[in-house]
Every structure is written in structure tokens, then in C-alpha cells.
Design a protein around this ligand. Structure first.
Ligand code: KG4
Ligand code: ZN
Length: 319
């Protein structure tokens, strides 16, 4: 079995996955409540919390999988991109576990993890496919040609889609993290109440900084009326972001002639996005936001570093 760790941002996660892709345990300890009071993730606070939670989540995952370290053949860990201090806690923990058992270590790229959330059983969605990866840190259209490789067709020029949700939520006083909060409030609102156009940029790229500014101005113009229009604002804002994601994905599908479309990453949990791409396969909900099962999945298609050469392995903040 593969024991995987993920600590790139504010989720401390450990999963136990069989070599053929069955998830035995997928434990995610979210630090969201800890960071909420600051309105976003505080890197140093995240690192310290990962340090406290790493051992408990590993224990919990092994327990839930009804397994022990004797059953583990490979250790996998997110090496980057992400918060460097947070990543280092996961990398050091993974090294320690692997080293103590003379096991190989698989360093995994976080984005590969999100894509590989599609490859887990019981219903793996196999490449080649067109993949929209929309998270808090990235918005990418990927031509995924096999389990380990892709060409980037488009990416965001400024904010990521999840970041746009988070910043919008902040403007609406919804707190952090914002995606799910906006989605909840949007259910009671009229998505056509406000027009928040998303800038169209050349090629297959995205831009979300303009829509955020449009929301800022709308909130300012409404003044005291904001309170009573909050749901309409959330619904219209969500509609604009989803529309931009869907339009670009459709264009990419047309250009590449892709037969299969997939949606992954935290924003793929959004029900309006999922409903707006009915022919696409979205990652299972539990595997959209950051988790370690997707890291184990990617590890199945990544070269392992043998004992003990990985002791020199470093994390990376960006690609
Ligand atoms: O993939 P993820 O957990 O972490 C990164 O790798 O960034 O994505 C987190 C992002 C956050 O910006 C969060 O607001 C967004 O995903 N998100 C959502 C929803 N759930 C999480 N955005 C829209 N609707 C949701 N239901
Ligand atoms: Zn992520």
C-alpha cells in the first residue's frame, strides 16, 4: 500500500491507497477555522499546525485503513508547489517514515495530484482527456495525454478561480475560505441580478481580477443596501466565474477535439460549475479540495526515489 502525505497549504492530510488505486483511508484535517480570523492562510501558522497534526493524521489514516506501517510499500508526499514551510513539514515527515522502514519515497507534484484524483477506483477516468484544474492557487486547461503528462493549453493571467471566490467572499463579509460560502448564499439569490462580466483574454487563458473589481464597485455603490442584496451579489458573482470557466473549457474542447472532459481542484466542488458542464466528469467531491488520496494516486505514475537518496530531497514553492 501507498502511504501519502499532503501539507502544501492549510490541509494536513494522509491517505492509504492500494497500489492499484483503491482508497483505504483518506484523512483530511482542515486548518480553515484556525486561519479564518485572519481572513486567509497565514503561512507560519500553517507550518506550525502541520507539525502538530502530521503524526495524528498518519495514525488516524493507518487506523482507518486497518493497516500498520508493515503494510506500507511506498511513501508519497507533495513536494510542491505550495507554501514552502508547510510543504517542508510533509516532506520531512514522509522522509522520516520512509527512512525508518527503508522504503522508497515518491515526491509528487501537487497539480499532478489534482489531475490524478480522476484515476482512483472504483471509477477511474482515464486519459487522454481535457482537464480543467481550478483551485485556490491555479486555473489551468490541460491536455492530459497520459497518467503522468500534459500540455498546458491555458492558464490564468492573474487570480486563480478559487482565489476569486475567496476574495469575493471577503468583500461580501463571508469569511475564509469563500468558495463554499458563496455557493451556499448564491442558492437564495438571483444570478441575473447583477452583470459581472469576466474579461476575455487572448487564447485559452483566464483573467479573474476584473470580476473581483466589478464586485467591489457594486458593493460600494449599493452602500447600506448591500445587506439585502448579498445573495443576489453572490449568485451573480458565482455565475460570472462559472461562465468564464465553462466557456474556455468548451473552446479548448473544440480546438483539441477532446472526447473526454474532466474538472478537478477545489472549485470543481462547486455545484453550479458541475451542472454547467453536464458532459464533463468532475472528480468525486471528497477528492476536489486538497487531500492525500490524490497524491497517492499520482505516486502510482511517478518514479520512486530509492532509499536513502531521498534524504537530500527538497520542497519547491513554485514550479
Ligand atoms: O484545491 P484546493 O483545496 O487548494 C488549492 O490547491 O488551492 O482549492 C481550494 C479553493 C479555495 O479557493 C476555495 O474557495 C475553493 O477551492 N472552493 C470552492 C468550493 N469549495 C472550495 N469554490 C467554489 N465552490 C465551492 N463549493
Ligand atoms: Zn490543491
Amino acid at each position: 500500500m501507498i502511504l501519502a502525505l499532503e501539507t502544501s497549504c492549510d490541509e494536513t492530510a494522509c491517505a492509504v491507497v492500494t497500489e492499484d488505486g483503491h482508497v483505504r483511508a483518506n484523512v483530511v484535517s482542515s486548518q480553515a477555522a484556525l486561519h479564518a480570523r485572519y481572513g486567509g492562510v497565514v503561512p507560519e501558522v500553517a507550518s506550525r499546525r502541520h507539525l502538530e497534526l502530521a503524526t495524528p493524521v498518519v495514525r488516524e489514516a493507518l487506523g482507518r485503513a486497518n493497516a500498520s506501517l508493515d503494510d506500507v510499500s511506498t511513501v508519497a508526499v507533495t513536494r510542491g508547489p505550495g507554501l514552502i514551510g508547510a510543504l517542508l513539514v510533509g516532506v520531512q515527515t514522509a522522509k522520516a517514515i520512509a527512512w525508518s522502514r527503508r522504503l522508497p519515497l515518491v515526491p509528487v507534484d501537487h497539480l499532478h495530484g489534482h489531475v490524478a484524483s480522476l484515476f482512483l477506483r472504483p471509477e477511474p477516468f482515464e486519459p487522454p482527456l481535457l482537464c480543467l484544474l481550478a483551485s485556490g492557487g491555479h486555473t489551468l486547461l490541460l491536455d492530459v495525454h497520459d497518467h503522468a503528462g500534459w500540455d498546458v493549453l491555458g492558464s490564468t493571467l492573474d487570480d486563480a478561480a478559487g482565489e476569486a471566490f475567496d476574495k469575493g467572499a471577503r468583500l461580501l463579509g463571508l469569511g475564509y475560505p469563500g468558495g463554499a460560502a458563496i455557493e451556499g448564499l448564491a442558492r437564495q439569490g438571483d444570478p441575473e441580478a447583477f452583470s459581472f462580466p469576466v474579461a476575455r483574454v487572448a487564447g485559452l487563458d483566464f483573467s479573474f481580477s476584473g470580476v473581483k473589481t466589478a464586485l467591489l464597485y457594486a458593493v460600494r455603490d449599493l452602500g447600506e443596501e448591500v445587506e439585502s442584496r448579498r445573495a443576489d451579489l453572490a449568485a451573480s458573482y458565482q455565475r460570472a466565474i462559472v461562465r468564464a470557466l465553462v466557456e474556455r473549457t468548451r473552446e479548448a474542447a473544440e480546438q483539441t477535439g477532446a472526447a473526454k472532459i474532466a474538472v478537478v481542484g477545489g472549485v470543481a466542488a462547486n455545484s453550479e460549475l458541475r451542472a454547467s458542464l453536464p458532459d464533463a466528469t468532475a472528480a468525486p467531491l471528497a477528492l476536489c479540495t486538497d487531500n492525500a488520496a490524490m497524491i497517492a494516486s499520482a505516486a502510482r505514475f511517478t518514479r520512486a526515489v530509492p532509499y536513502p537518496s531521498y534524504l537530500a530531497l527538497d520542497a519547491y514553492a513554485s514550479r
